[in-house]
Design a protein around this ligand. Structure first.
Ligand SMILES: *[C@@H]1O[C@H](CO)[C@@H](O)[C@H](O)[C@H]1NC(C)=O
Ligand SMILES: *[C@@H]1O[C@H](CO)[C@@H](O)[C@H](O)[C@H]1NC(C)=O
Ligand SMILES: *[C@@H]1O[C@H](CO)[C@@H](O)[C@H](O)[C@H]1NC(C)=O
Ligand SMILES: *[C@@H]1O[C@H](CO)[C@@H](O)[C@H](O)[C@H]1NC(C)=O
Ligand SMILES: *[C@@H]1O[C@H](CO)[C@@H](O)[C@H](O)[C@H]1NC(C)=O
Ligand SMILES: *[C@@H]1O[C@H](CO)[C@@H](O)[C@H](O)[C@H]1NC(C)=O
Ligand SMILES: CC(=O)N[C@H]1CO[C@H](CO)[C@@H](O)[C@@H]1O
Length: 517
């Protein structure tokens, strides 16, 4: 009996320890950028080494760099002392915000691109983002009906004066380009994915300019017929997605409400003042959500540039009646260069119980920027820098824009092409994982929802950019970015385990993970 048990255990151990590592490395290709892309096709796609506990006295390190690896895994032992004076001290008794997650958006354009690939390559693309051997996104955003990354403007109810919304229905685009991809992502992920919806525009007939584009807003006033109908449209949308087994976690009240105040704005938009948004939530949207069983939906206001944060929130969140319906504020990164991150700290001090979430970001949207750059490390640094900066100023997560675009950065019906972490080359039946994909992965795979940011402080002056977290299972994570041309030697001290004596190459991102045992 004893031997039988012993042998069984021994064989089990053997099988489970000598199991070959199936991780595959990046298939590098230089396509003109300052770094390379990783090519995925029917034959091949790189995967990420699982982040398991490496055992007593060891920590995990994942590294990506301009000239080297993509999420390259190594287990390294702790040391008893630092080998440098450049030491960062982590202090888990100083905690900040809870993390919601990291992810991207399921746009029509993303779906069109994914479906342009052979079925097995489509699978690899979705796995790259959502499966346990990918970067394991935990956030998803869905445009409610069309946006610029659609092939044409449409809403869910284009029947004029249909105030009862009896002709409301999801579009072909939802059924073909969004829902199947979201369902696949949910089914292959081992994590919960928080999905939120955002509308770009109401149907034209509900608007002052009778058009989904340009300058225009809902007809009438909050509490009026059009506002009530627009609130019910959100409920119909939530119901419709639910009937496809997709339960939403959140909503933003409007994508970029300031766009619809701009004369001749070129694509779907709807204008709101902060006062209108506040009163719509108090009189229409909030009550509609609560009376239809959606009181747990996380409702976010603004969903717009950091620039408007102080003004907007001082109008909406100072209303007692509004804040009982509102949980968060959505931020877009496009004009961060004119607004310092300190506005986020000021916001948090004023409204500590309302979370901040980055709800949209992409590179290539500015007139002076190139659209798609294949293999741009510079863009990965921009993403990583933004995530570290946001996280160090109370932001709870970061949402990228389209999860996949074509070689031009579309499709986009107004030619507002931009870049994406995954670029699909349908002609070659392959896709390219950009450096931006790995920059996101350095956070999304490791900084799980429910983690808390903790203190990490240098003992002297260092310009490395870092953010540190304690996870729900008490493991610790530190993400480090070096944007300079030289490598840097540093050490991280956790009094519970010792020193991580580290070296970061020039232009590199590292994630360190360790457990206390
Ligand atoms: C990491 O890099 C080392 C050294 O270049 C290489 O031998 C190894 O295969 C890489 N491993 C992974 C999982 O990327
Ligand atoms: C650790 O390093 C410091 C500074 O280099 C030194 O003063 C100290 O004696 C060392 N401690 C041990 C235990 O080696
Ligand atoms: C960690 O932070 C706590 C709370 O501020 C403080 O009391 C403690 O001294 C800090 N520990 C170290 C090692 O700095
Ligand atoms: C719904 O659509 C049908 C077919 O387009 C149309 O005949 C009907 O009038 C619409 N209903 C409403 C209430 O607008
Ligand atoms: C909406 O506005 C655009 C831009 O001015 C115009 O081209 C289009 O024809 C308008 N659509 C409708 C339905 O009026
Ligand atoms: C939703 O999930 C249930 C249970 O898993 C399944 O029976 C049903 O077919 C699904 N419906 C859709 C529309 O996917
Ligand atoms: C941005 C940043 O942190 N750069 C650092 C990378 O490493 C070099 C070389 O040691 C430092 O001088 C930079 O400050």
């Amino acid at each position: 009996m004893f031997w039988k048990v012993f042998l069984t255990c021994f064989c089990w151990l053997l099988i489970n320890t000598v199991k070959p590592v199936e991780t595959t490395l990046c298939s590098q290709k230089n396509l003109g950028g300052d770094s390379f892309v990783c090519v995925c096709n029917s034959d091949y796609c790189d995967t990420v080494e699982p982040n398991g506990n490496p055992g007593k006295n060891f920590f995990n390190r994942y590294q990506s760099s301009k000239h080297g690896h993509r999420l390259n895994y190594t287990a390294i032992p702790f040391e008893k002392n630092a080998t440098t004076d450049n030491i960062f001290y982590i202090n888990i008794s100083v905690t900040y915000q809870s993390i919601l997650g990291f992810g991207g958006a399921f746009t029509d354009a993303a779906g069109i691109n994914i479906l342009s690939l052979p079925v097995d390559v489509q699978e690899k693309l979705i796995q790259s983002y959502y499966s346990p051997d990918g970067i394991e996104y935990t956030i998803g955003r869905i445009p409610m009906a069309s946006c610029d990354f659609s092939t044409h403007p449409y809403s869910y109810d284009d029947s004029p004066m249909d105030f009862s919304l009896s002709n409301f229905s999801l579009a072909m685009e939802d059924l073909k380009y969004k829902i199947p991809i979201i369902q696949k992502a949910l089914s292959i992920s081992s994590r919960e994915i928080s999905i939120f919806g955002s509308p770009w525009s109401a149907p034209a007939w509900m608007k002052t300019n009778n058009n989904m584009t340009g300058r225009g807003s809902l007809i009438g006033q909050p509490g009026g017929k059009y506002f009530k109908t627009w609130a019910n449209y959100f409920i119909k949308f939530l119901d419709a997605y639910k009937s496809h087994n997709i339960s939403l976690w959140g909503l933003t009240a409007q994508n970029e409400p300031t766009d619809g105040e701009i004369y001749k704005f070129p694509f779907q938009a709807m204008g709101w003042t902060a006062e209108m948004q506040r009163d719509f939530i108090i009189q229409d949207l909030g009550p509609a959500l609560h009376s239809n069983g959606y009181q747990d939906i996380q409702l976010m206001i603004m969903d717009d540039q950091r620039l408007v944060l102080p003004e907007w929130t001082s109008v909406v969140l100072t209303s007692e009646k509004a804040i009982k319906y509102i949980q968060g504020v959505g931020l877009h990164w496009y004009y961060d260069f004119v607004t310092p991150a300190s506005v986020l700290d000021i916001f948090h001090a004023k409204f500590p119980s309302t979370f901040l979430l980055s709800t949209e970001a992409c590179v290539g949207s500015m007139p002076w920027q190139r659209k798609v750059i294949l293999g741009s490390w510079d863009r990965a640094e921009k993403y990583c820098h933004s995530m570290i900066e946001d996280l160090n100023h109370w932001v709870t997560g970061w949402t990228d824009w389209n999860i996949a675009l074509d070689m031009q950065g579309g499709p986009n019906w107004v030619s507002n092409f931009v870049d994406s972490p995954i670029i699909v080359n349908a002609d070659k039946s392959e896709f390219y994982k950009q450096p931006m994909f790995y920059a996101l992965g350095h956070f999304s795979k490791f900084v799980l929802p429910g983690s808390k940011r903790v203190d990490i402080k240098p003992n002297g002056i260092s310009s490395l950019e870092l953010a540190a977290f304690i996870l729900p299972d008490s493991s610790k994570v530190v993400v480090v970015l070096n944007r300079s041309d030289k490598e840097e030697i540093f050490s991280i001290n956790d009094p519970a385990v010792g020193f991580i004596n580290a070296e970061i190459p020039a232009h590199a991102i590292q994630t360190y993970i360790w457990w206390n045992n």
